[in-house]
Write a protein that binds this ligand. Structure first.
Ligand SMILES: [Zn+2]
Length: 54
């Protein structure tokens, strides 16, 4: 189980791109992040409480 200890904007999440395998520290709260390398939208593992990205 993964747990998030705070709701702070300063939280970072390690995201691995499912397209190219690039790993980076994502500092936002969206449930998907755009890969800095290939621009693929990759799930961050965060809760999908922001749906205006579709
Ligand atoms: Zn990528």
């Amino acid at each position: 189980m993964m747990s998030v200890m705070a709701d702070s904007d300063n939280e970072t999440t390690e995201v691995e791109c499912e397209e190219c395998g690039y790993v980076w520290q994502y500092s936002g709260q969206m449930w998907r992040a755009t890969c800095p390398r290939c621009s693929h939208k990759t799930p961050t593992g965060l809760k999908p409480d922001e749906f205006d990205d579709e």
